[in-house]
Design a binder for this molecule. Structure first.
Ligand code: NAD
Length: 246
């Protein structure tokens, strides 16, 4: 097992990519904190993870709220005796063309997708230093690398994450922590439910593998970056998008 005895926080772990990662990390031996805003339906989901009951716990958190994040991180360290891996996966969209984007929707996406990652990372770093082999994995996006129509706010946040990733890799490498980002393409989760079918068909066409990604495609990349095999990878952005030919 590749994550035996490691303690991982997965923000946004209640759904989509995060939920897939929770399951994969548990199978690989990690102790997993599901850190999510959404508590609804969590009891039933946790019941499905009963085999791992000593190694999994749900922490309700709003990553955009600093106090809430500090409480969550302290709670995880207390419950599992430290923190080795932080997967900054929580994210939202509030799409609109530039001319129609409301300032509050711009701000909401920055607050969760960018500032939320700052809060979580700052709170977790002391524990990651203590771990001696800390890992931070940020979830950027193809939209952060290339921009995307209707996603001024989201692209700005996801591009900002790449800057933070590289900065933290420089600051924290000497403390034994690696910091990397993933840039997923279009992944089949509730996040893309509102994207019109016709647009998704066009996307499939520009993906060289001719399909959308699945949550497991991203969860597997999280696992790789969290594992010992990735110990010399630092400050990089891995594109997991099936080969989007823009
Ligand atoms: N699905 C895609 O096509 C795609 C592409 C590129 C990047 N991503 C990124 O992958 C990550 C996971 O997305 P997903 O597709 O699984 O989406 P999702 O909507 O299925 O899951 C996101 C999770 O984040 C949680 N969350 C939202 N706001 C939160 C907050 N303030 N505090 C704590 N938790 C919060 C939600 O409750 C949800 O469980 C996001 O960062 C997203 O931007 C997704």
């Amino acid at each position: 097992m590749r994550l035996e005895n490691k303690v991982a926080i997965i923000t946004g772990g209640a759904n989509g990519i995060g939920w897939e990662a929770v399951n994969l990390f548990l199978r690989e031996g990690a102790k997993v904190a599901i850190a999510d805003f959404k508590a609804e339906g969590m009891e039933a989901r946790l019941a499905g993870l009963d085999t791992y009951r000593d190694r999994v716990a749900f922490f309700q958190v709003d990553v955009a709220n600093r106090e809430s994040v500090n409480q969550m991180v302290a709670g995880v360290a207390d419950r599992f005796g430290g923190i080795d891996i932080l997967v900054n996966n929580a994210g939202i969209t509030r799409d609109a063309m530039l001319s129609k984007m409301k300032p509050e929707d711009f701000q909401a996406v920055i607050d969760v997708n960018l500032t939320g990652v700052f809060h979580c990372t700052q709170a977790a770093v002391p524990y990651l230093i203590e771990s001696g082999q800390g890992r931070i994995i940020n979830t950027s996006s193809a939209a952060g690398l290339n921009g995307n129509i209707g996603q001024t706010n989201y692209s700005a946040a996801k591009a900002g994450l790449i800057g933070m990733t590289k900065t933290w890799a420089k600051e924290l490498g000497r403390k034994g922590i690696t910091v990397n980002a993933l840039a997923p393409g279009f992944i089949e989760t509730s996040m893309i439910e509102s994207v019109p079918e016709q647009l998704l068909a066009q996307v499939k066409n520009i993906v060289s593998l001719q399909r959308l990604g699945k949550p497991e495609d991203i969860a597997n990349a999280y696992l790789f970056l969290a594992s010992n095999e990735a110990k010399y990878i630092n400050g990089t952005v891995i594109e997991v998008d099936g080969g989007i030919m823009m």
